[in-house]
Every structure is written in C-alpha cells, then in structure tokens.
Design a protein around this ligand. Structure first.
Ligand SMILES: C[S@@+](CC[C@H](N)C(=O)[O-])C[C@H]1O[C@@H](n2cnc3c(N)ncnc32)[C@H](O)[C@@H]1O
Length: 181
C-alpha cells in the first residue's frame, strides 16, 4: 500500500524528542507526556508499565518506582470495565529487556492489551509505545501512528493510538463491509 493510501486511513506524524525524561531504563523521552496528554485529550489515563513516569493512574510490577498500584497488568480484575477515559502502555520491548533491565517475565501481549482496552471507556483512546507499530487490539480502530526520533544511535519509538469501539459497532462495520463486497 502506498503511503498516501495509509494516510487516508491513519494519521501519521513524526516528533523529535532527543532527551530522556529520567535515568530509569527505557524512560519516556522528555516532552512525551505533554504530547500524549494532548493526543489522548485527557489526563484521566490508566497507565500500564509506568516505570518512573507519574502520568495518570500508574501501574507497575516494580514497587521501587512507587506506582499507584503494584500489580501484574496481565490480570487486573480488581479494576472494572470502562473505568478510565484513556489508556497508555510502555511495555518491555523484548524478552531480553524484560529479564536484563527489569528482572521480570516478558508480559504476554494479548493478556495485557485485552486488560488495557477493557478498562478504557468505549470511545476512549489507547496508546501503546513500542519500537514498531502495534497490531490492532480487538474492539478498536486505528487512529494515529506517531514516530518519535530520539537521540543519535538510539532506536526510534513508535506510538500506536487506537479508539475503543463497542463490540456492536465492530460487528456492524464488519457486516457493512461484507454487504459492500
Ligand atoms: C519500558 S519500562 C517503562 C518505562 C517508563 N515509560 C518510564 O518513563 O520510566 C517497562 C516497565 O514495565 C514494568 N513491567 C514489566 N512487566 C510488567 C508486568 N507484567 N506488569 C506491570 N509492570 C510490568 C517494568 O517494571 C518497567 O518499569
């Protein structure tokens, strides 16, 4: 698919944020938190894998970073469905990073993504930072992909943003697509 065709479906943007916000491994680039609040349109954010960041309601498995909740984000049954206006996640990007940098197991993508989408209200945005664009989680649509250029010799970060749809809306759009074919 040509870039012009991608741009018709998903907004693409590039930012240059060359400094890290803290000394914590994998910390957000300085300025990222303001940027993402702007993109998500709210500070009422459930924040998975928060690390040193204090944005929104912070959850991390590492008690040393003093999050609002110390928990494994693969299972958060204590938080009801549709609780927060938006969601944000910055997981360890590889098994090796999980083990060597954070001394933890590599979290299972489908488990924590399902939890993140479940906790966000229908219509709310969900942002996932990684080093490549993310597959579309169930019950969401693509909204935007942001490429963040960091320091020299540091990998670019990619933030994929999705909008949570109701299951009924997803079913209807699939049915409409099928009717058009
Ligand atoms: C890439 S770092 C996030 C850094 C953060 N963006 C910052 O600015 O400091 C990933 C974080 O995920 C946490 N983590 C790893 N597995 C987890 C899990 N299953 N549940 C919750 N947190 C987890 C680690 O403790 C680490 O703080």
């Amino acid at each position: 698919m040509k870039i012009e065709e991608v741009k018709k479906k998903v907004k693409l943007s590039v930012h240059w944020l060359p400094r890290p916000a803290s000394k914590y491994h994998g910390s957000y680039p300085l300025g990222f938190e303001n940027l993402i609040v702007d993109k998500l349109g709210t500070k009422n954010i459930i924040h998975f894998f928060c690390g040193s960041s204090k944005l929104g309601y912070c959850i991390d498995i590492n008690p040393d970073v003093k999050p609002d909740l110390v928990a494994n984000v693969e299972n958060l049954k204590q938080i009801p469905d549709n609780t927060f206006e938006a969601g944000l996640a910055d997981p360890p990007y590889t098994k090796k990073f999980a083990r060597d940098l954070y001394n933890c197991e590599y979290p299972q993508w489908s488990k924590w993504v399902n939890e993140l989408v479940r906790i966000v209200k229908v219509g709310g945005l969900v942002a996932i930072m990684h080093n490549y664009p993310q597959p579309k989680p169930k019950n969401t649509n693509y909204v935007e992909v942001i490429s963040i250029l960091c320091r020299i010799k540091q990998y670019t970060k990619v933030v994929s943003i999705f909008r949570k749809t109701s299951q009924a809306a997803q079913r209807m759009s699939k049915e409409m697509c099928a009717a058009c074919e």
